[in-house]
Design a protein around this ligand. Sequence first.
Ligand SMILES: [Zn+2]
Length: 205
Amino acid sequence: MDSDRRQFLGRCGAVVTGVAAPFALPRHALQESHASTRTRAGTRHERFMWLAIEQARRNPQWPFGAVIVDHRTGEVLGSGVNTGADSPVLHGEVVAMNDYVHRQGNQGWADTTLYTTGEPCSMCMSAMAWANLRRVVWASSIDEIRRTEINQIALSAREVAASARSFYTPELLLGGVLSDHTNRLFEEAQRLRQNLPDAPPAKPS
Ligand SMILES: [Zn+2]
C-alpha cells in the first residue's frame, strides 16, 4: 500500500466515522463514497477522472469514458469511450482495457487503476476481476445512472467483486469521485437522447 493511499483512505475513513483513524483502515473504507476533502490522493483521483470525463464527452449520448493509469507513475496506459453502437460488449471500461492490451500487452494489470465515469456494470467488473485489475475508481453510481433512463443490471461493482473473492482481492473500490460533474453529464445525455427523432432503447454502460 503506498503512502498516498494510506493517507487518502485514512482520511476518508476519518470523515466517514468522525474519528481520527489515519492508518487503521476499516473494511468499510473501501466501500464509502469519495469524501469531498482535497487530499493529495483525492486530487490525483480527480485529475484522472477528468481524463475519463474527456473520453466520455466523445459520446455525448452515452458518456461512459474510462482511462487506465499506472498508479505508480501516473502514466495513462489505456483509454476509451462506450462504442456500444458497434458491439454490445464495448462499454467504456472494456474499450479502455482493449486499448491497454493493444499498447501494453496482456500484463501489468496489478499496477494499474481504472477510472470510469460510471460504476462498472457486472460485465465490466467481471472483466477487471479476470484481469486482476485491483484498483477501480468511478464517478456516478449505478443508481444515479439508472435515474437517467439507462438500463442497469442490479448488481453493484462491489457485489461482483465480492462474488469473485476466491481469486480476486481488490485494493481500492472507490465511488463518487467528481460525481456532481458526471451526474450532470448523464442528465444532459438523457436530454440529448430524448431529443433524437428515433431514440434508441436504453443501453447499459
Ligand atoms: Zn459495463
